[in-house]
Design a protein around this ligand. Structure first.
Ligand code: HEC
Length: 136
């Protein structure tokens, strides 16, 4: 009798484990959904988040505030001045790497020659996203 009870308990336990196991294995399939629809926007957000991390890790904050003018224009004012286009990403990335003057006043922006073009473009995309505009 005692053996029968423990046998039933073991079977119940095994069934529970199997049920939980099968539930778990269903989850990834549900989470991934349709890849072609979700891939593009997620990647765009990633690039902007990477740009933000790069800007925060660099010396930009010595001269740029998110919303207030310091030595340089605020990054939000820069976003408002430029449309979020591929051409402006390239232009601003080049300006971040090479530095320059004459667009916002006579104070020069220092060059950042150690930055790769790819990282500078991520920073430019982050700055251009600050007024809520999407790349187009
Ligand atoms: C030494 C101060 C200084 C530092 C450091 C600095 N900037 Fe600037 N930045 C400026 C100034 C000044 C201007 C305005 C230049 C002009 O009028 O052409 C400017 C302009 C810009 C512009 C707009 C360029 C244009 O032509 O309109 C962007 C984008 C920018 N900075 C991004 C950055 C980023 C990103 C960093 C960090 C990697 C950075 N800056 C670091 C001073 C600085």
């Amino acid at each position: 009798m005692k053996n029968k009870v423990s046998l039933i308990l073991v079977v119940l336990l095994a069934l529970t484990l199997m049920y939980c196991g099968s539930k778990k294995s269903e989850t990834p399939a549900e989470d991934y959904g349709t890849p072609d629809e979700s891939a593009a926007p997620v990647q765009a957000v990633d690039v902007i988040a990477q740009g933000e991390a790069l800007v925060k890790a660099s010396d930009c904050k010595t001269c740029h505030h998110l919303t207030n003018k310091l030595i340089g224009p605020s990054h939000t004012d820069i976003a408002k001045k430029y449309e979020f286009t591929a051409a402006n990403v390239t232009y601003l990335a080049q300006k971040i790497v090479e530095g320059g003057t004459g667009v916002w006043g006579e104070i020069p922006m220092s060059p950042h020659a150690d930055l790769s073009q790819i990282d500078a473009e991520k920073m430019a995309r982050y700055v251009l996203s600050l007024d809520g505009e999407k790349e187009h």
